[in-house]
Design a protein around this ligand. Structure first.
Ligand code: LLP
Length: 428
């Protein structure tokens, strides 16, 4: 099947109404006219549907879904998940400040990451977060010291590295021996004994995360067995674990990818969990991409088309600073004309941005029927795009709109050059 015949990732909420690409009931053409380009547009209903699939998988269980906000940390997106009752997985003091700003329940916040500073630990203890996912023995010592100094006992999980191959891009696999994350499987029992002996800590759980954009069930099944083996070994050593945190969520459909549904995967995982006698435990997961990825598109205007010696280029007003995934991971995002009207002159193009780097491409070898002034939609742009956007080439970051039915709400104003220069000092 050719790419153009595949259903749009983001269906049914991102779809064509005749010639026009819509997000829910809002036309992207109208939104781009009103807010300019590049413009990120998100479907609220897509996010809630994606969340509902995890909720179905956890029905009747003691479970907490913590949205991994690194995927998209805009306040308007965080608010959707806070209102839906989610917890949050954070990785910095900045992310903590963001979720608190939308009224998240601190008890449902878990703090991941290999390099938490003492200041971040103090900030999170003062907020009363639910759990620190600790990634090294040295971090255990520092956290205990910081908590004890504040007269507290920090709730901790240790992130163990299950050494499972998630079969994804090397930059986003995290649970292999060679990755910087977690504590090695064979040091886990020792690390837990140590944690339990520290005065400023209260052991509450175990945590693992094997990678991102995983599209098969088998790495999860393998990781589950390894984690449950460890739970048994740690509890046999006298340290009780209240919850099991199973890390990030599923991959999404970028280009005909077929990850399992969250509810099916979790039914399969719970069959094993029940069989091994762990069905009564509390489970936490930290999905990011799968809750927002296909809810979002980035609308960009074609500035120029030009024939090159080897290829044709379609130069658009979005760039690697807005959409960093192709440059960073050779990632594929589908690119669709906003209006399917066409000009009867389809050609193969490399779609590129204005940044002065050959790595600034958004899509390669795409068959498009476009002219300057047309709008294109870069699909599957809800996750790890705006949250990874930069000001490279002193480009202002894009605006963002959240759509719910026939209502569109601006959730981020387009950045201005004044915003960018605010903290700079030219010196003498
Ligand atoms: N929990 C932890 C500890 C993580 O490190 C991550 C992602 C998640 C949860 C969320 O995983 P997800 O459900 O989104 O797969 N920028 C890359 C992805 C980096 C993922 C890093 N960790 C990309 O654009 O593909």
């Amino acid at each position: 099947m050719s790419q153009n015949q595949l259903p749009l990732p983001g269906q049914p909420h991102i779809a064509r109404n005749g010639e026009t690409l819509m997000v829910e009931q809002m036309s992207l053409e109208a939104l781009a006219r009103e807010h300019g380009t590049p413009l990120f547009v998100y479907s609220k209903q897509w996010m809630l549907d994606a969340l509902a699939a995890y909720q179905r998988g956890f029905e009747g269980r003691d479970a907490l879904i913590c949205y991994a906000m690194k995927a998209n940390s805009s306040l308007g997106i965080l608010r959707v998940f806070a209102q839906a009752g989610c917890g949050f997985d954070i990785v910095s003091g900045g992310e903590l400040a963001r979720v608190l700003a939308v009224g998240a329940d601190p008890a449902k916040i878990i703090f991941s990451g290999v390099g938490k500073t003492r200041a971040e630990m103090r900030q999170a203890l003062a907020a009363g977060i639910g759990c620190f996912n600790v990634e090294s023995e040295e971090e255990l010592d520092v956290l205990s010291e910081v908590a004890a100094a504040a007269g507290q006992r920090a709730p901790v999980s240790i992130r163990i590295n299950p050494n499972v191959d998630p079969k994804t891009h090397p930059y986003i696999s995290t649970g292999l021996k060679g990755n910087k994350f977690g504590i090695a499987h064979d040091r886990a029992v020792q690390a837990y004994r140590h944690a339990a002996s520290l005065p400023g800590l209260r052991v509450v759980g175990i945590d693992c995360h094997i990678g991102s954009q995983i599209t098969e069930a088998s790495p999860y099944m393998d990781a589950l067995e390894r984690v449950l083996d460890l739970v048994q070994a740690i509890e046999a050593a006298g340290v009780a674990l209240h919850h099991i945190d199973f890390g990030g969520g599923l991959g999404i459909d970028y280009n005909g990818d077929t990850p399992p549904n969250a509810d099916q995967l979790w039914r399969q995982l719970f069959a094993r969990i029940d069989a091994r006698g762990f069905g009564h435990r509390k489970f936490i997961i930290e999905p990011g991409r799968s809750l927002v990825g296909n809810a979002g598109v980035c609308v960009t205007e074609v500035l120029y088309t030009k024939p090159g010696e080897a290829k044709n280029f379609c130069i658009v007003d979005a760039a690697m600073n807005d959409l960093p995934r192709p440059a960073m991971y050779q990632a594929f995002h589908r690119i669709e004309p906003v209006s399917a009207r066409g000009h009867g002159q389809a050609k193969d193009y490399d779609v590129v941005g204005p940044v002065c780097e050959s790595g600034d491409w958004i899509g390669r070898d795409r068959l498009l029927d476009v002219r300057a002034g047309d709008l294109l939609a870069v699909l599957s742009a809800g996750a790890y795009c705006m949250s990874m956007a930069s000001n490279y080439n002193t480009r202002n970051r894009a605006a963002e709109v959240l759509v719910s039915g026939n209502r569109a709400t601006l959730i981020r104003r387009r950045e201005t050059i004044e915003d960018q220069l605010r903290n700079e000092l030219a010196g003498e």
